[in-house]
Design a protein around this ligand. Structure first.
Ligand code: CTP
Length: 396
């Protein structure tokens, strides 16, 4: 029997948690509830206990329960943690890593997948703080269902209404029964830009955010792969369940990739600087009054993808490269597939008007020896999910 740990936080939608418990029990899941102090203003622990047929761990009892159960054990004995409703407050605590009651401590201590069902007033949902928190949580692999749009308890109309319990049940079942086609596989992913020093304070870089590469690492881990993510300098958070190696330059990235081998598959999503500065200075370059600007002498960087994809015993079975182009997208991507010995090239048009570089969405074409597939414009997380599934398919 699969076990769901239901974290009920204090919002008007908390009453719907009762219906969800009923549906989960009917579908033969074991349900244990943890409530926040505010949740108990909306639903009684007694009703939750009666419906779940299990003890309810309330905020007030957290200290006494600690010796008996322990928040670590509670957070890990479940197959899935579900936050219903997820108020703006608990989402903010999760994003910030605050653990000041049993519910938030369990969420911080868990190594299990987490699903949140946000519910709040629409202005709170649309507030930049909540949106930034959701972005952080999604990038860490937290799953989200809803919110829906509709009439709210506060007489407003808009997004913020919690999904219906039946829809939350569908999301729970999808997560609990998700296949893990990549379990036992090791996948290497590169992500982000590289920084090539000019002197100790200046460098050459590019606009890559690392969002796409990090999302791919998260999606691969979600399918059960052990993932090594070699990342250039980025501000996006580390995906959950992925081992991250941080590097700055292209040469460091190549070195880290070679150390990570053997791998069953490798995805090269990093925007590696093609050149580095041969005459980089050890000391800060000073301007001299009246003197000419310094000339940078550039030399080519190693091609990481081509090096790792070169035929040999350590070549991963599936190698995926990216082609970021502004002109002749298809022709350039197809020639990259052959020139770099890749199995797939994910081609995207990074002309400034597309807003793709550094943006939240991507419109790609997947190129392989079998031909060209055009994918619709999707969130980078969805592109990552599709690509991860294709890699699983190719590995067989
Ligand atoms: N790549 C790499 N190492 C490099 C350069 C690129 O691993 N030194 C990888 C990228 O991660 C990407 C693919 O190669 O998967 C394509 O990179 P891109 O810079 O677009 O290709 P180039 O061969 O540099 O082609 P162009 O000069 O036409 O942009």
């Amino acid at each position: 029997m699969k076990r769901v740990l239901l974290i009920v936080s204090g919002g008007i939608a908390a009453f719907k948690a009762l219906e969800l418990i009923r549906l989960l029990r009917k579908a033969e899941y074991s349900v244990t509830c943890v409530t926040t102090k505010n949740a108990e203003q909306f639903v009684t622990p007694l009703s939750m206990q009666a419906l779940s047929e299990n003890k309810v761990f309330g905020a007030l009892f957290s200290l006494t329960d600690e010796s008996e159960m322990g928040h670590i054990q509670l957070s890990r004995s479940a197959d899935l943690l579900v936050v219903v409703p997820a108020t703006a407050n608990i989402l903010a605590k999760m994003a910030a890593g605050i653990a000041d009651d049993l519910a938030s401590t369990v969420l911080l201590a868990t190594d299990k997948p987490v699903l949140v069902a946000p519910a709040m007033n629409m202005r709170m949902w649309l507030h930049a703080a909540t949106q930034a928190n959701m972005k952080t949580l999604r990038s860490r692999g937290v799953h989200v269902v809803g919110p829906d749009e509709g009439a709210m308890a506060c007489n407003e109309f808009g997004p913020g209404r919690m999904s219906e319990p039946s829809a939350i049940l569908v999301a729970i079942e999808a997560l609990l029964n998700a296949p893990h086609p990549l379990s036992g596989r090791h996948v290497l992913v590169t992500s982000g830009p590289t920084h090539e020093p000019i002197d100790p304070v200046r460098y050459i870089a590019n606009r890559s955010s690392g969002r796409q590469g990090h999302a791919i690492a998260a999606a691969l881990a979600g399918l059960g792969a052990r993932v090594t993510l070699v990342s250039g300098p980025v501000t996006v958070p580390d995906p959950a369940g992925v081992s991250v190696v941080r590097v700055e330059t292209a040469r460091e990235m190549l070195d880290a990739c070679q150390r990570a081998l053997p791998a069953d598959a490798a995805v090269f999503a990093a925007a590696v600087a093609d050149w580095r500065v041969a005459n980089a200075s050890d000391g800060k370059i000073k301007k001299q009054p009246g003197a000419a600007a310094p000339a940078l002498e550039l030399v080519p960087n190693p091609d990481i993808l081509a090096t790792i994809a070169a035929a040999g015993p350590s070549r991963p079975l599936v190698v995926v490269g990216f082609a970021a182009e502004t002109d002749d997208l298809l022709a350039n991507a197809q020639s990259k597939l052959i020139r770099k010995n890749a199995d797939f090239i994910v081609a995207n048009d990074v002309s400034p008007e597309t807003g793709i570089m550094g943006g939240a969405e991507n419109a790609v074409q997947l190129i392989s020896a079998a031909g060209v597939e055009e994918w619709p414009r999707l969130a980078k997380e969805d592109v990552a999910q599709r690509l991860a599934l294709r890699i699983a398919e190719a590995l067989g």
